[in-house]
Each structure stands twice: as C-alpha cells, then as structure tokens.
Ligand binder design. Structure first.
Ligand code: HEM
Length: 53
C-alpha cells in the first residue's frame, strides 16, 4: 500500500540560463522583507558545477 504524495516540482535547470536563475534568486532574496545580497550568474554557474558534476 502506497501513501499518496504531493506532486514534485519539475526541474527548471535545463531551461533557465545562469543569468535567469540569478535574477529570480536575487528577486526572492530581496522581496517579502528579505534583504540578502544579489546572486550573480557566476554564483549560479559555481553551484551548477557542484550539483551536476
Ligand atoms: C522560477 C520559478 C520557480 C521557483 C523559484 C520555484 C520555487 C519553489 C520553491 C522554493 C518551492 C518549495 C516551497 C516550500 O517547500 O516551501 C517550490 C515547490 C513547488 N513548486 Fe516551484 N518554483 C518555480 C516554478 C514552478 C513551476 C513552473 C511549477 C509547476 C509547473 C512548480 C511546481 C512546484 C510544486 C508542485 C512544488 C511543491 C513540491 C513539493 O512539495 O515537493 N514550481 N517551488
């Protein structure tokens, strides 16, 4: 017997450029009272390399 699970979020990694991920991350980190520094496309490239060697 399998318990139902909520739908998982599809990966967007293949369709978003580094700059686009940087832009949305920067937006989230600076909205709704958040006040974190911006994310650069270089930051995204480094994380991609770490996650998808
Ligand atoms: C750039 C666009 C998007 C961002 C930044 C984003 C971000 C997130 C984040 C941070 C969560 C986790 C929320 C939490 O646990 O509190 C989440 C969950 C989810 N997202 Fe997205 N999302 C995006 C686009 C989408 C799209 C296009 C879809 C559907 C086609 C989607 C479907 C889902 C689903 C179903 C979950 C729940 C997954 C689960 O609970 O396992 N998201 N998203």
């Amino acid at each position: 017997m399998h318990a139902p699970t909520t739908p998982a979020m599809p990966s967007l990694a293949w369709r978003l450029k580094d700059q686009e991920i940087a832009d949305v991350s920067t937006y989230v980190r600076g909205s709704w009272g958040n006040n974190a520094p911006a994310v650069s496309s270089g930051d995204v490239a480094a994380v991609r390399k770490q996650l998808l060697p």
